[in-house]
Design a protein around this ligand. Structure first.
Ligand code: GLA
Length: 346
């Protein structure tokens, strides 16, 4: 601990954009996110007193708290991580955190998972906890569920902990088996904000989870991952059938995309958007319009909403070198927000 007292440690984690496999992670399914160039960096040192302190200039919040105090704002993520560490027997001394983030907040790009993973990495580095990346993701997910109030799956935290820029992380959320996948050659990604902010805890996210659970109960399966054929869903009431059909077809799209060329990958993205819009009903008109505009640009292979939906961003797979032009063409439209380019660095 004396050594820790002398130093300040910094650690970071990237935001993520999910390319395919939406609303599949809490159904034990497959996902395919990649890391964004934008990162959240956390500086941590021992607190000068017996309280935890956290501040972020970007968010404009300063917090001071004891671990059992009610937590507010971004302290829910920081304090939440410390609480889940304590739950596993790792009691931390009072700490001082300073946070910088380039990951847009409320955009569906996992700013909260990036913060949680960066906090856990920083505390691990300061105190020598010897956490591995999967454990970090699991702890971060627990912090999100229990202390930020979002009953999320494991995709975001695994992506922020294990994905790398320039490849996609193919993850089986049931076994956590994973591998890094090359994106189709000569392509890059563009992520554009719809201008509609989304707040996961305010959305119908938990309702969708319940609908999937109801579909499983009616089908007599543990999870929708265990359904391989859409025909198996025919006995379900219409609404549950649509919800389950999205999950079953989305899992198939992820698997197909692993070996697809740019055209096939883009087509899978387009189909994913249609399924999220029509069957899962998590799109909003601004996302539909943005995805259509992205698709219509020369050099675009396909586009879809990314993240939980109800606002936030669309992601498009485009020809190498076309992303900036496409982002400018689309993001310059009135009502559309900012954009992020994920260039092909191969
Ligand atoms: C949010 C959740 C994830 C996942 C996506 C939808 O990002 O945090 O666990 O369920 O929505 O794919």
């Amino acid at each position: 601990m004396n050594r820790a007292r002398l130093r300040e440690v910094a650690a970071s984690a990237p935001g993520r954009v999910n390319l395919l496999g939406e609303h599949t992670d809490y159904n034990d399914g497959f996902v395919l996110p990649t890391a964004l160039p934008q990162r959240t960096t956390v500086h941590v040192s021992l607190s000068p007193d017996d309280r935890h302190h956290a501040h972020s200039d970007a968010i404009g919040e300063v917090h001071e708290f004891g671990l059992d105090d009610p937590l507010h704002g971004f302290a829910r993520y920081v304090g939440g991580c410390l609480r889940v560490l304590r739950d596993t027997g790792r009691v931390t001394p009072p700490l001082r955190f300073s946070i910088e983030s380039e990951v847009p907040v409320g955009a569906g790009l996992s700013s909260s998972a990036a913060l949680e993973v960066a906090v856990l990495r920083a505390v691990d580095a300061l105190l020598g906890l010897d956490l591995d990346p999967v454990e970090i993701a699991r702890l971060a997910q627990r912090a999100e569920i229990h202390h930020a109030g979002v009953a999320c799956g494991i995709m975001d935290q695994m992506a922020c902990s294990l994905a790398q820029e320039g490849t996609a992380l193919f993850l089986d959320t049931r076994s956590l088996e994973r591998r890094l996948i090359e994106l189709p050659t000569q392509t890059e990604l563009v992520v554009v904000h719809s201008g509609v902010p989304r707040r996961l805890s305010d959305s119908a996210y938990n309702e969708r989870r319940s609908e999937c659970a109801a579909a499983c109960a009616a089908l007599g399966v543990t999870s929708l991952r265990d359904v391989n054929e859409v025909a198996q869903l025919s006995a379900l009431p219409p609404l549950l059938q649509r919800r389950a059909r999205h999950v079953v077809t989305e899992n198939a799209r992820v698997l197909a995309a692993l070996t697809a060329d740019a055209t096939g990958f883009g087509e899978a993205m387009n189909q994913s958007h249609a399924s999220l819009r029509d069957d899962y009903q998590v799109s909003v008109p601004a996302l539909d319009e943005l995805a259509a505009r992205l698709r219509a640009q020369p050099g675009s292979y396909g586009a879809r909403l990314t993240g939980a939906g109800f606002g936030g961003c669309c992601v498009a797979l485009v020809e190498r070198g076309a992303a900036t032009r496409i982002a400018d063409a689309v993001a310059a439209s009135p009502g559309f927000g900012g954009s992020i380019i994920v260039p092909d660095r191969r």
